[in-house]
Design a protein around this ligand. Structure first.
Ligand code: FAD
Length: 326
């Protein structure tokens, strides 16, 4: 029951101020966030790749309120890509982006960049086009250094816009990936549409607070949906990326991949930085592609709260560390 309460708190400015200022917070945040800036994260990337892992890098900070912040988000990714260029890691280091941070979450009006009405305001309210305009140079820069970008899935109200941007980007950059969430009723259909040649799709359980009208609420139902979607992806022609720490789902994925005749480099596992790190190494040592989703940046509140919501024990640890430091 705690998960939904924590997810609700992740939208509260008062809680954000309280938690950000609490004395024990940093110690707990550091478990999940790889550092504040590019200089912190680059050595972590080098170390992970040196140990046979791969990474997808996320600059945290989805709660923007101005177009200038959206442009700054774009620039932060461009700075990261410029640094990765020197490392020559290719697809071993890719990027994950949240379109909200690129302007999708900004309120209307939806105008084209030249200021003319775009005609899309009914279909995609908010900053759909701004997000597309900001993410495109990042996808281009990633392609120039031989890697790619995956569009994260946020709450269900943003997904039509995300899939439309994904489709648009794939016209020029077919390797652009996207994420689908097993908890949503719509996702089996999305998976069928996306499981086509050349597509890269990450399947996750889903981390947002969603109403019963659009999403399974029961963990068992979500796991069953995850397996159904996995089957669609494994039997399809795309490249499945299995985003989960759940040992049962990982062994089911291996079995489904085997049954679908997929070789080890025809799918990959993905886990979050700081969670089940031994498992990252174990799967990589078995010959699997294992990509660690590595988040960094100063605006970590939303990302951190979702990690607390996923595992109530994290909350207890967090509460203890606030009390002992406070
Ligand atoms: C690479 C990656 C990318 C993701 N991208 C998105 C996205 O774009 N959109 C989205 O909605 N969600 C995303 N998520 C989050 C996802 O939706 C789940 O909330 C999260 O992965 C927890 O689900 P699980 O599959 O690991 O299974 P669970 O059943 O939640 O966890 C299985 C086990 O993993 C461990 N574990 C899981 N979470 C934690 C945690 N926070 N702290 C400590 N241990 C933990 C525990 O041992 C737990 O028993 C992503 C997850 C991963 C791994």
């Amino acid at each position: 029951m705690l998960g939904p309460v924590i997810l609700a708190a992740s939208r509260s400015d008062r809680m954000r101020r309280f938690i950000s200022a609490a004395p024990g917070t940093k110690q707990v945040v550091d478990r999940f966030i790889a550092g504040e800036g590019v200089d912190d994260v680059v050595p972590i990337v080098v170390d992970a790749c040196g140990r046979g892992l791969e990474v997808t890098l996320d600059v945290v900070g989805e709660d923007i309120t101005t177009p200038e912040q959206a442009a700054a988000a774009r620039d932060a990714y461009l700075e990261l890509i410029a640094r990765l260029k020197d490392l020559g890691l290719g697809t071993k280091a890719e990027m994950s982006v949240k379109l909200s941070m690129f302007g999708q979450s900004l309120p209307s009006p939806t105008t084209a960049l030249n200021g003319e009405p775009s005609g899309l305001a009914d279909k995609f309210p908010g900053g759909h086009e701004l997000a597309l305009a900001n993410v495109r140079p990042v996808v281009e820069a990633a392609a120039e250094i031989g890697t790619t970008v995956t569009l994260d899935a946020e709450d269900h109200t943003t997904l039509d816009s995300m899939f439309a941007i994904h489709e648009e980007l794939r016209k020029d950059f077919p390797q652009t990936g996207c994420v689908i969430q097993a908890y949503l009723f719509r996702t089996e259909d999305d998976a069928r549409r996306l499981a086509a040649a050349g597509s890269r799709v990450r399947i996750v359980k889903g981390a947002y607070k969603e109403p019963a009208s659009v999403a399974y609420q029961d963990k068992g139902e979500i796991d069953k949906a995850y397996v159904r979607i996995l089957k669609v992806l494994m039997e399809g022609d795309g490249y499945p990326m299995i985003g989960s720490h759940d040992p049962r789902l990982i062994s089911i994925s291996q079995e489904l991949a085997r049954r679908a005749g997929r070789k080890l480099d025809e799918y990959e596992f993905q886990m979050l930085y700081g969670i089940r790190s031994d498992e990252h190494v174990r799967l990589a040592a078995e010959g699997h592609r294992m990509r660690v989703y590595t988040a960094y940046g100063t605006d970590w509140y939303g990302y951190f709260m979702r990690r607390l919501a996923e595992k109530p024990a994290n909350l207890l640890f967090f509460a203890r560390s606030i009390l002992t430091k406070g």
